[in-house]
Design a protein around this ligand. Structure first.
Ligand SMILES: Cc1ncc(COP(=O)(O)O)c(C=O)c1O
Length: 379
């Protein structure tokens, strides 16, 4: 079995993820912040530890501004629904995930916001001149995918920051977190939204967002927080303002394990290994007659994540994916929840195959995969 669907969620998880998860479920199990007993306090300590580690992972200090969510989608919903009001204008791009496009479309219909979708080139990089032209006086935010889940293109956020000035920059870092360094001070984002179950190695069901000081989001969920219980008013202090109900403590414990693993291996090593796998994959696929790789062409290697979409001439991605699955080679097919991205690269509505190696993928896995694609293309 060769798993090349790490852009959907990473698999396998490192031993630390399983160890921390197992320890929580076996030995702790309490509900954090709800009761004063030892197990509840221990659960709260784990969440605090994960919050602190994740905050410093993105180069920030203020850990209460780091909010835990269920996934990247919930983080983006909190950011967009909490920030945008009637009459606001938003700039986004033609490489976004539905987790950005669908909330924006809902806000357009329901709350009267407007948005401009700036075109990206066929590799998925945003056109910076058009981006500049799209920002208006009433533009409240620019929402952008840091790394594309379709072409792997990494947007030049520091340049984008310069172009948009003080406008709030909401970054969808679902694919970049844990794959390349994401230091919020360097990349210049105001709200960073991401999944923790992809390259941060938590189990599924964990995401987060970081909200920089001075940015206020209206909460979109209300309820029990274990704090200020005497009041009918939902607490307005962080992180309780956005975190209510029992959290996914087992998932957050697994995240602490994942972050511990990343620290041990070194993000630079992880990044380097994935880049080498990316290069091998792009090179291998590129040499097969009848295979077309999208992107990974015009810019330096640091401009792409290890996410490679491709098609085989004369075959639907679903048919080719079926063939690969029969050989226990697991990739994603279709539109990858990003129809606009596929319109941008010219593969809408049928989509493409997407191979996304992870840190545990070996070079030999890539070679076996490339040979299988060659065989399928020949037939
Ligand atoms: C770029 C991008 N944004 C958002 C998401 C949504 O993340 P999640 O699946 O954690 O909700 C994904 C997931 O694939 C993604 O790749």
């Amino acid at each position: 079995m060769i798993y090349l669907d790490n852009a959907a969620t990473s698999f396998p998880k490192p031993p630390e993820t399983i160890e921390y998860l197992n320890n929580f479920v076996t030995n702790i199990g309490g509900n954090p912040g709800r009761s004063g007993h030892t197990l509840s306090l221990e659960a709260a300590r784990i969440i605090f530890g994960a919050r602190e580690k994740l905050t410093s992972f993105i180069g920030m200090q203020d850990s209460e501004r780091l909010i835990f969510t269920q996934n990247g989608t919930e983080s983006l919903n909190i950011a967009l629904l909490g920030f945008l009001k009637t009459g606001d204008h938003v700039v986004t791009t033609s490489i976004e995930h539905n987790s950005v496009m669908r909330p924006l479309e809902f806000l357009r219909r329901d709350r009267g916001i407007t948005y401009t979708t700036v075109a990206c080139c066929s590799e998925g990089f945003v056109d910076l001149d058009r981006l500049k032209q799209a920002v208006r006086v009433n533009t409240k935010a620019v929402v952008i995918n840091h790394g594309s889940n379709v072409t792997g293109a990494v947007q030049p956020l520091a340049e984008i920051r310069k172009i948009i000035g003080e406008t709030c920059l909401i970054v969808d870092a679902c694919q970049t977190m844990g794959s390349i360094p994401v230091d919020l001070k360097t990349v210049g984002g105001d709200i960073l939204c991401f999944s923790c179950h992809k390259s941060l190695f938590a189990i599924q069901g964990v995401g987060a967002l970081y909200v920089r000081e001075g940015i206020d989001l209206a909460p979109i969920k209300f309820g029990g927080t274990g704090s200020r219980s005497e009041s009918i008013e939902h607490p307005m202090f962080l992180p309780d303002k956005y975190e209510c109900g029992t959290p996914n403590t087992p998932g957050i414990a697994s995240l602490l394990g994942g972050l511990t693993f990343i620290e041990k291996e070194g993000l630079a090593n992880i990044s380097e290994k994935k880049q080498a796998l990316r290069a091998r994959l792009v090179d291998g696929l590129g040499q097969i007659p009848g295979v077309r790789v999208y992107g990974h062409l015009s810019r330096g290697p640091g401009s792409y994540l290890a996410i490679v979409s491709f098609n085989i001439d004369g075959k639907l991605s679903s048919d080719a994916g079926y063939e690969l699955n029969r050989r226990s080679l697991f990739v994603r097919i279709g539109l990858h929840c990003s129809p606009v991205a596929h319109q941008t690269i010219g593969t809408f509505p049928t989509g493409a195959l997407r191979a996304s190696p992870g840190y545990f993928t070996e070079e030999a896995d890539i070679d076996i995969f490339v040979e299988a694609v060659r065989d399928i293309a020949r037939k």
